[in-house]
Design a protein around this ligand. Structure first.
Ligand code: NDP
Length: 299
């Protein structure tokens, strides 16, 4: 392979389903850049797989489930976004003739979501945001929302309420240690039972509902009462489908939320942010989204 071809890969397990190669190949083709982008299944430890790839000439990589925490531990330096999320999904290799090679880690998931919310004209200023779920994806998006800081408040509801509490504590600790001058917007953890027992009023409602659970994969709705949807203005499911419809977005529409979207734009957005770290150019989102929808529909 020619030295002018930039070698990239995505690491994870499972990895066969990953759309990252198609997205990055589309970005590169648009600007006439030669890249090769592989899928690498991680069966042992992430660090050995990554080192092997970088020794072969890889200039960077993406990292997906379940390797984002190991990638966080693997890199020498990290962006603030990675420190906030405590997880790395993008690595850049820095090589120099007179210094050891170093690995730099970033987390582009939160920026991918925020970029998509802005693209979709999600009302963010002074809004009450409900995040359903407190897993890996929520870990990336809660600190990114706090860094943006426009909203009124964030409520995190999770099947296991303790995980929502832990997420809030970790975001508070991070900002206290690293950005003490930033005043955080209020955050609270809740169980579904607590939310469903409360009346939905002008003081207690959500304008924006983000589904960060994996429930849509099994075509299941979160156990949240309809009154919350009826009062909300915007709904977003991080899960995505070829048609842009999930069980959650369709239910939200039925409850009157016309602005209801799936997460393909977030996927493309986080990839664009990663590409910008490797090549210092930011790809266009809209043509890539159109391309990815058409690819998904043909599958
Ligand atoms: P995790 O496995 O880390 O977290 C899963 C979350 O879903 C947890 O909050 C979990 O609750 C909840 N959950 C799972 N099963 C149930 C259930 N039966 N009832 C109630 N809650 C449940 O997954 P991720 O955070 O990595 O991913 C979440 C979603 O986001 C997935 O659909 C994924 O495809 C999507 N995603 C999309 C991205 C994009 O770019 N569009 C990027 C990353 C993720 P508990 O803590 O109680 O187990």
């Amino acid at each position: 392979m020619s030295n002018s071809v930039a070698r990239l890969a995505v690491f994870g397990n499972p990895i066969a389903h990953s759309l990252s190669p198609l997205i990055h190949e589309f970005f590169a083709k648009k600007e006439g850049r030669a890249i090769s982008y592989e899928k690498r299944k991680v069966e042992g430890d992430f660090a050995s797989c990554a080192r092997e790839f970088f020794l072969e000439g890889g200039i960077g990589c993406n990292v997906t489930v379940p390797c984002k925490i190991e990638a966080f531990e693997f890199v020498d330096d990290k962006s603030v976004r990675a420190l906030m999320a405590q997880a790395v999904n993008t690595i850049v290799v820095y090589k120099s003739d007179n210094a050891p090679t170093t690995y730099w880690g970033d987390n582009t998931d939160g920026a991918g979501l925020l970029g998509d919310l802005v693209r979709l004209k999600c009302p963010l200023a002074a809004t009450r945001i409900l995040i359903i779920g407190a897993g890996g994806a929520a870990r990336g998006i809660v600190p990114a929302l706090q860094l943006m800081g426009q909203m009124h408040s964030i409520t995190i509801v999770n099947r296991t309420k303790e995980k929502a509490e832990e997420l809030i504590t970790s975001v508070q600790d991070f900002f206290q240690k690293k950005l003490p001058e930033r005043a955080l917007k209020p955050m609270r953890a809740a169980s579904f039972a607590e939310l469903n027992a409360a009346d939905v009023t002008a003081e207690h409602h959500f304008d924006v509902i983000l589904n960060a659970t994996s429930l849509s994969m099994s075509e299941t709705l979160p156990d949240l009462k309809a009154d919350y949807y009826r009062r909300a203005l915007f709904a977003y499911d991080l899960f995505y489908t070829p048609e842009g419809k999930t069980v959650f977005t369709e239910y939200a529409k039925d409850m009157g939320i016309a602005a209801s979207f799936d997460g393909l734009g977030m996927l493309v957005g986080q990839a664009a942010e990663a590409y910008a770290q490797w090549f210092h150019t930011t790809p266009e989102i809209e043509p890539t989204l159109d391309y990815m929808r058409s690819v998904l529909k043909e599958r």
